[in-house]
Design a protein around this ligand. Sequence first.
Ligand SMILES: Cc1cc2nc3c(=O)[nH]c(=O)nc-3n(C[C@H](O)[C@H](O)[C@H](O)COP(=O)(O)OP(=O)(O)OC[C@H]3O[C@@H](n4cnc5c(N)ncnc54)[C@H](O)[C@@H]3O)c2cc1C
Ligand SMILES: NC(=O)c1ccc[n+]([C@@H]2O[C@H](COP(=O)([O-])OP(=O)(O)OC[C@H]3O[C@@H](n4cnc5c(N)ncnc54)[C@H](OP(=O)(O)O)[C@@H]3O)[C@@H](O)[C@H]2O)c1
Length: 597
Amino acid sequence: MVQKKRIAVIGGGFSGLNSIRALKEEGMEPVCFEKTSNPGGTWCYREQAIYGVPSIMPSTIINHSKEIGALSNFPPKKEYPNYMRHAELYQYFKDIGESCDCFGHMIYNREVISVRRSFDYNETGRWILKIKNTEDGEITTDIFDGVMVSVGHITYPKMCEFPGMDKFKGDIIHSHSLKKVDKFAGKRLCVVGIGCSALDAAVETSTVAKQVYLSTRSGSWIFPRVGPHGVPMDYALLRRYLTTLQEIVPISISSKFIEKLFLSPKFNHDLYNLRPQFPVFCKDPSINDSLPSKLISGSVVLKKNVKYFTENGVMFEGDEKITEIDTVIMATGYEWKFPFLEEDIVTTEKDGRINLYKCMWSPNLKHQSLVIIGFVLPFGPGFPLGEIQCRWVAQVFSGKVKLPNKDIMMKDIINRHKENVKRYRPGEKISVRVDYVPYMDDIASQFGAKPNLLKMLITDPKLFQACFFGPCLSYQYRLQGPHKWREARKAILTAKERMKTPLAGNVDSSSNKHDVHYFTLVILLLFISLLINWKGNSVASYLIALLLPRYMSLRSFFLKYFLALLAMPFLVMCEDLLASYIIVIFVPLILASLSLL
Ligand SMILES: Cc1cc2nc3c(=O)[nH]c(=O)nc-3n(C[C@H](O)[C@H](O)[C@H](O)COP(=O)(O)OP(=O)(O)OC[C@H]3O[C@@H](n4cnc5c(N)ncnc54)[C@H](O)[C@@H]3O)c2cc1C
Ligand SMILES: NC(=O)c1ccc[n+]([C@@H]2O[C@H](COP(=O)([O-])OP(=O)(O)OC[C@H]3O[C@@H](n4cnc5c(N)ncnc54)[C@H](OP(=O)(O)O)[C@@H]3O)[C@@H](O)[C@H]2O)c1
């Protein structure tokens, strides 16, 4: 009988759970080591923060909605709120784990302290693990055919240094150790940073504090969870047709599209002096619904970066006098590290490039029997992304799918890094930034699970419509390929029902109308961008870009068609007369028809 492959999974959070599920699907034997006494990682709430263990506040809620963040064959219960609180998310985690007997594969209070190539690695690709029992300190070793490193990367708090900090007599803590806020009653607080942790810290503490100052060096795009017409923001935004737009038009235009349509109507970043230097799609968004009302009521006051500390307070850049402060909360992010790995596995270049193929595989290894899971910073939800990585890994570990050679891997790594450097503001994790849909498609296509939209358009237009114009749900990646799921189609078509249920009201066709409205705008933008690119930024292109919205608002189809016909010959100056005529006749027709939608 062929021996089942034994795979070590390090970490028992969502990534660990996804690893176990995928390995089991492929008939392998996962052994998962979790250093704490519970599964769930970040989402297992603890009263005390422990260095090296992820930590959340009692009030933490997930920042992606339940359908968007669902695993590909496990839709959340329809009764669950769209943005789950941590306890509900933990329950979802437990439901998944129990449904496929994953917890039986987890060993708690076991910290993996070293992972080394085994003595026969060159022939077998096996690994030796040293595992510490965190209760009694006993250290054991074991050999595995493969290793999935699923330890998370938002674990080790990063403190920042500012001049005079050592003189400051108040308390300085990191957001990692922020739990209940009652102890801040009546105090003056300074929260440093403007990521999700900083906003949660500022908003929560401001309910009891005398005054909260929020200090940011670079501003941020603040996304609310509640999107247009009260539907979850990501449910409205994470759609294939929108991501197609993002891929086609310059990033500055698609960023403006999101800013003007979805962000500014709720919260003008200029008015609050929060506009970052980088467009929407080039910087981590910060997600918070309460910040605007806290700022407008003065409970939270925005400040620039900390210039220096004094004994009793802080001098902020641009200020002329010291602001008195009792406590500082550093919400300054997290460091990433894999302290138990051999040094040549996850390597970093001087320019910050992290050498991991598709943010997962080390090109330095002879055998691809070790992989990093969940080490990505997506514009979108993390869980489905970690899950699809695990499904690919299971195919590779089982020998059904091969990885490319080192040269191809390095080329891909370098390209991704270069592209990211061009696009994003500098940062330590710039190499692992990804756009959700393209990354999901990329990983799924490695093992045949990418949905075939063209075929779907012909064979199942209803499903195509839901997949292309509706929210991009992870069930799409179970329509085909290994371990496809028979219920995937139904899960896609019934997602709206599950989204609606906890809202208790009745969502009528008006929300569909809005989908169409945004679609029209997308087509408009595509057209504008086409003109801009085509005509080499000519004045005429910009003029038409300015006039188009006015044109689209005209009611009469015939007036539109007539005006478009009049305008086109001035704009389309193709060398080929026939091409000019085709464009002159058909483009206005298409444009006028679309604007009637
Ligand atoms: C406050 C907060 C809010 C967040 N909100 C969101 C959100 O809304 N949406 C989102 O997508 N992401 C969010 N994240 C990111 C979070 O990392 C992911 O949600 C998710 O939990 C990642 O799962 P994971 O299993 O990769 O990592 P983790 O949840 O960090 O789990 C890793 C596990 O590995 C264990 N471990 C670590 N080292 C070892 C070792 N050497 N040996 C054995 N076990 C080890 C840890 O104890 C832990 O249980 C948030 C993070 C924080 C801190
Ligand atoms: N579900 C939730 O509600 C929730 C809550 C908390 C966290 N999270 C998640 O957890 C992860 C970590 O979030 P995070 O907010 O802790 O970290 P983060 O996103 O990395 O943000 C760190 C912040 O600290 C600032 N900063 C870093 N170094 C600084 C310095 N030297 N001086 C001044 N400012 C400095 C950064 O400013 P710059 O932007 O200028 O670099 C940034 O605003 C994210 O993925 C987030 O989505 C989610």
